[in-house]
Design a protein around this ligand. Structure first.
Ligand SMILES: *[C@@H]1O[C@H](CO)[C@@H](O)[C@H](O)[C@H]1NC(C)=O
Length: 200
């Protein structure tokens, strides 16, 4: 008897919380589509531009691994990252809800924190694997020129993640285990701040 009444109290409380939560989530979606965007949408916008650039770096060879080829690609990668930084700062200053922050790219569903972490990790791995190819293929003279530029890209990523990790509870915990493969590149670039931020 006692057990059942406890269960039913818990269930009633849970249902009450649920019935309140649903309309809030629905409302948030509408607001999100009108006035703001989500973290997934911001990353997707940036990495739609970055992915083909990263691909071209992944397939650099000794013929085209030159300063003339690589330098413009690095600045083309920086532009969408700067836009993403502006966008995540916008999310922060608007104080949007967790549900809005976690909306999928098209706003049709609320992602789990784990799903958002997987999406962010895939983008980061693509970018830093490509940078890793650059570090591996160019000679010492060109490396000395490129490292500060690539470090600056890493700092942009740091600034974006600093905001994003502060917005979504549990995201760091989900993200850290996914990023082991880029530790070496971050280390080579001297991106200690990013390694620390990501608990790597
Ligand atoms: C370098 O050449 C390879 C092979 O043609 C190509 O796949 C890659 O995209 C080129 N990269 C750049 C940055 O031009």
């Amino acid at each position: 008897m006692r057990f059942f009444s406890t269960v039913s109290i818990v269930c009633t409380a849970a249902l009450a919380a649920f019935s309140v939560a649903v309309p809030v989530a629905e409302e948030s979606k509408v607001v999100a589509r009108q006035s703001t965007t989500s973290i997934a949408a911001i990353f997707s916008t940036a990495f739609t531009e970055i992915a083909p650039l990263a691909q071209s770096l992944l397939y650099l060879n000794s013929d085209n691994a030159t300063q003339a080829t690589i330098t413009p690609i690095i600045s083309q990668i920086s532009a969408p990252l700067n836009n993403a930084l502006t966008s995540v700062n916008g999310l922060k200053s608007q104080g949007v809800s967790q549900n809005e922050l976690l909306l999928s790219e098209d706003g049709s569903e609320i992602l789990s924190v784990g799903a958002l972490a997987a999406l962010i990790a895939a983008d980061l791995i693509l970018l830093f694997k490509a940078i890793g190819v650059v570090l591996a293929i160019v000679g010492a003279d060109l490396l000395a020129i490129l490292i500060p530029l690539l470090y600056a890209v890493g700092i942009l990523v740091y600034k974006i993640l600093f905001v994003v990790l502060g917005l979504v509870a549990g995201l760091l915990f989900a993200l850290t285990p996914l990023l082991g493969s880029i530790v070496g590149v971050l280390d080579t670039l001297g991106l200690t701040v990013l390694l620390l931020l990501l608990a790597l």
